[in-house]
Design a protein around this ligand. Sequence first.
Ligand code: HEM
Length: 414
Amino acid sequence: MSAAAEPGALQPDLYDYDFENDPLATLNRLRAEDPVHWSRHGFWYLTRYEDCATVLKDPVRFSSMAAGWGGENPLARKGAGQSKDEQGISQTLSVSFNQMDPPNHTRIRSLVVQAFSRRSIEDRRERIQAVSDDLLDAAAARGAFDLVADFAFHVPIIVASEIIGIPAGDREAFRSAFEKTAALMAPKRSKESWAEAVEAGRFVGRYMRDLITERRAAPKDDLVSALIAEEDANGALSGPELSSALSTIYTAAGTTTERFISSGLYLLLSHPEQWRALVADRSLLAGAVEEILRFHHPTQSTSTNRRCTIDVEMGGKTLRAGDTVRVGLGAANRDPAAFADPDRFDIRRKPAVPALSFGVGPHFCIGAALARFEARLAIETVANRWPNLRLVTTAPVKDPRRHDRYREIIVAIA
Ligand code: HEM
């Protein structure tokens, strides 16, 4: 435990499934009673908007280096006992630019941003519309369908794979292997899921290396080729950095946007007056997208991590150099000091400050515009097709392994 950390009376298990299941009650209590909270798992957890924004805007006092897992990095914990595969995965994760500080972060991020914007999001409109229409056509034939499995799950994966350059025929194998690698960072996992994750990590690493070799020989109109061109032009990106940047983008783009679309449609349909208002007046769409992001942050129960570079005073506590700080973005978005009546879902809300859903500062989400665009288009397409869509599900079914992820939301078309 940090020398400065005094355990408060409130000691929720922030790794517990019950917390993931319903994090808001706990987060609201923490904000009110112990906003700069020392968790029994060995990290600080922040729940106030102001504190969260302060940390994210300040890479000098709050570093992103090696901050990814908070107090419990399962790979680092194994230390010298790591297998060759585990060492490879550790290395890939450690050269991921979202876990770097300036100047390395600035160098790689600017290359990714340039490569990313070569084809603007508007240029993808037709393709994203076509993907959405195909999925909804198939769903329409059945009269009732699952917003998650039949729709929201597929859109971001197809879009991210196409942007990166993963061929359609490989998409499912890559997605499935990638999902298994999540166990590498999970604080609670079985021996079997660890072995499966290491094997999946090996597959993902090999796949990325082969894809890069192929595109180097024969470039295409995709992100892999664009980043290789940046690397060749500036000599500024090493092989592992390139592979790691692509993995970061894939991870960041998938389940977050899936949750954004599925929870967004669920929130709107479970507030029928607001759904009807939106169907009648599309000028409410932009505000609705922002309110969905604020109200149900796609990584509600998880957090964004930093490590203190020096001792810092915050909320009457001393955060010591080396301590991990977890920034609770979902909690910040429900802070009454930042948003009036924060637990009310209101698409007409005009907040004085932006929600922290995409972060703030030097690591602000690179895919924010794309995610907003995908969600907006998904909601608009559904509203155009079925203004009278209604919920069959009374509450979304959650993923048994990740309770903060919806698995099933059934809707009826008539
Ligand atoms: C609703 C969907 C999304 C949410 C809520 C989200 C959230 C975030 C947040 C909070 C950060 C900042 C992390 C930090 O400060 O350490 C971030 C960074 C990032 N996001 Fe997203 N994201 C979403 C979608 C996407 C998409 C679609 C992409 C790419 C296609 C993407 C790519 C990235 C990348 C590459 C970073 C790292 C940026 C850096 O470290 O400089 N995200 N995202």
